[in-house]
Structure formats: structure tokens, C-alpha cells
Design a binder for this molecule. Sequence first.
Ligand code: AMP
Ligand code: MG
Length: 466
Amino acid sequence: MRAEPQPAPYSPDPQILELADWLAVPVRAADFPMHELRFRNRRWDRAIGLGELSDEQWIAHFGRFEPLPDNLPQPLAQRYHGHQFRVYNPEIGDGRGFTFAQMRDANGRLLDLGTKGSGLTPFSRTADGRLTLKGAVREILATEMLEALGTYTSKTFSVIETGEELERGDEPSPTRSAVLVRLSHSHIRIGTFQRLAVLEEDEHMRALVDYCLANYPGSPPPEDAPGRDEPAAQLMHQAAERLGDLAASYMVAGFVHGVLNSDNMNITGESFDYGPWRWLPLWDPAFTAAYFDHGGLYAFGRQPEAIHWNLAQLAIALRRISEPEPLLAAYNRFGECYTAAMARRFCWRLGLTGGDRDDAIRLIEAAERAMREGRLGPDAFFFAHRGGRGTEGELADALAPFEPIVDEHPYWSDAAPQTILIDEVEANWAAIAERDDWQPLHDKVTALRRMGDAMGEPPAPAGHSN
Ligand code: AMP
Ligand code: MG
């Protein structure tokens, strides 16, 4: 069984104000014609002390963006650059979102409430600053499924429908609008560092590194790491551990993010920003989520490589304030961190303990072969073989060093596993689009949370000390 997020009193702590002069621009939310509350995250609102808000108060804060007490006086659109499909883009930044508030949870983690679709900012370029309601529904489904599968992910905190008609090339238009609030462990991206490097703002770079080390603490670099006392090296080691774990968690979840650009890489390693994502229907390294990803750069099997490439961009940015050796040493740990995380997360999803790293590697290889040969997707595979059940041949041999975790959750006796393949996403959306029927979506969220409950406590994210 999985414990609910621990309730906490509201504990505002807008640390970002320390950096705000150069990191961000104060902005205003759009004045929307309608505020219809569509999704309120009842698991996470109480974890940051906001469980007692009435729905009217909720809409005032997360639809009209009236400041929360003792928090940011005005929303802040963050400045950042980034590589998009390997092309450097200095024109981006929070073009349809902002940081709205920061607070601590029961473990002292510093969390942000950030928006998507809250209106125009100086970084909107020629776009409208809005989010489609379908985009919001997709983000709910992605975050709930990933959370259930143990991925360290942002949470969809609130979705309010806003009554505008939007034009989009990839949805029948006009299409409905929404404003989404996500609960996230920072919104500092690799692209935030890249911008400071390009603008040669070395003092700001040092201040940002110090801010991350202080507010997102992790473990120290290995004993033998060169320059292990230097802040930039420490951050790089944390990033290698966190991003190695992120890459592994996508592979174990069978998830294809779709847009692994460096502006979508959180320095905490938390997964976020869900656009054209897909879950794998069958185990296929070449499976690509985004229809505009013609070369398959962010295909399922290339995600670890894409994330490692982004880590290199962080090292290149930090090079302005550090010697190369300490950064390179951290960068080179990515593979080892990834492999360790794969072993840990794969065994967790299968409901196993024991075995060593080599046993886990052998098991993963046998499992991949079983999925390919049996034409199975990861959801079906992990469900069929929970705790090692139903195996024979090579797979049974590979399981021998492991012990099943004893769990008797009724989910494991269901006829079929939970999945969130594209047809079901579209069916959930169609009920809303055609009949304004939100029940299938709410039922799905309930079913995904039940699966998360059956999965048990997720693995702790790597590279964090709280
Ligand atoms: P994404 O692909 O969602 O990570 O977005 C990349 C960049 O485009 C970010 O700077 C976004 O803020 C911006 N962006 C995406 N959609 C919109 C929109 N509808 N209006 C304004 N900016 C947008
Ligand atoms: Mg983004």
C-alpha cells in the first residue's frame, strides 16, 4: 500500500525573490471570461496546506491568480533559453506560464506552483499564451499515470476551464481553453543556466548554483571526485544522479516524453511539461511520440541519450565558473547512475527485492526479449509477471536470485492492467468534447491512483537529501 502525501500546514517561502531581478519578469494573468473548476488535486492540496480552501477561494487563487498569503506579490515569468531538437533558441522563456507561489512540504522540500496557459508574457512571441482544455486533460492523465508508476513527476494541481476559443493546428478548432497549475520541485531548467552562460552573467550563474544547492540539497560528490568542494561540481554530480534516475524511470514506465529539450529538463531531475507524450503499446525502442519529431530524436529508446546530451549542455554552461575536469567527472557518472536506477526501478515495478546489479541487468535483458518475442507492452508484461508470477524458461531463470515483495492488493487480481494508450486518452477527451461528460476522466484518475496504491511506496528519487 502507498501512503498518502503527508499533510502539512501552509508554509510559504518565496525564495525565488532573491533571484527575481535577473531571473524573471513580473507579469499579470489573463482576464478569463469563465472559471469552471474541472480538476482539483485532493491528494496534494493538503500536502502544501491548501486542503481547506473552498472552491471559490481555489478559483480566486488558481483561476484569477490572487496572491497566496505571504507569497509572491506578483507572478514571475522565468527567463530561460534552451536547445530545442538540438537547435539553440535564445527566444524562449515562460511564454504561457509563470511561477505563482513557493512553499515547503512536510519534509521541508521547496515546491513551486507554476502555471500553463495563464496568458501572454514578454516571452510569448507570436503565440497566444494559452493552453487547450485537451492539453490540460492530457497533462492530468500523464502525471497521474507516471506518479502511480513511481516516476518523480510534477503533479497536476488544478485545471480550470476558461471559456475561450483557441485555434490550434493539431486539434479540431476552435477548441476549448484552460489554465493549469502544476506543483513542481523547482522550475529551474538546464536552459536557465544556458541563458546565463550565453549572456556571460557569471555572478548570476554563481548565485543560481548556490540557490539550487541550498534549496534543492543532494548528496556530496564521491570521495575521489575532482573539485568536489566546488559548488558547480557539486551541482553537476547531483544533476548526473537525478537525470540518470529520470531516464531510467521513463524506460521502466514505458513512457515517451516526446520533447526532451533542455528547457524541459528541471535541475531537480523531476519530470515535467507534458505535451505530445505517449505510452508504449509494444516494447519498441523506435517508438516516437511527437508527430513533428521526424528523425525520431526523442524516440523511446533514445531518451537516456537525449537526457545525457542535456546534461552535457549543463556542463558547458557551468564551464564559465568551473574548470572542465570536475564537470566532466560528473558528466561521466551518468551511465553508472542510469544503470543503477534501471536495476532499482525495474525490480520495484516487478515487485521484487534482492539480487545484485548484474542479476538485475540479466533480468532486464531477459524481460526485453520476452516483450519483443511475445509482442507485449510493458504494462502487460509487468502485470503478468508481478512478483515473478507466470514465468518460464530464460525469464524464470533470470528471476531466480530475487524474492517477491509480498502484497495482496486486489489490483493484482484484476483481469487486465491499467494502461493509458492513445485510444483511451482520445476516448476520455471525446466524452468531454462531445457530451461534457467528465466521469470517464475522473474514473480513470481513480483507477490510476488505485494502481499506484497497489504498486506501493515509489523509489526515492536519486540525488536528493530531503
Ligand atoms: P514547450 O514545447 O511547451 O516546452 O514550449 C516551448 C516554448 O514555447 C516555451 O517558451 C513556451 O512558453 C512557449 N510556448 C508554447 N506554447 C505557447 C503558447 N500557446 N503561447 C505562448 N508561448 C508558448
Ligand atoms: Mg516547456
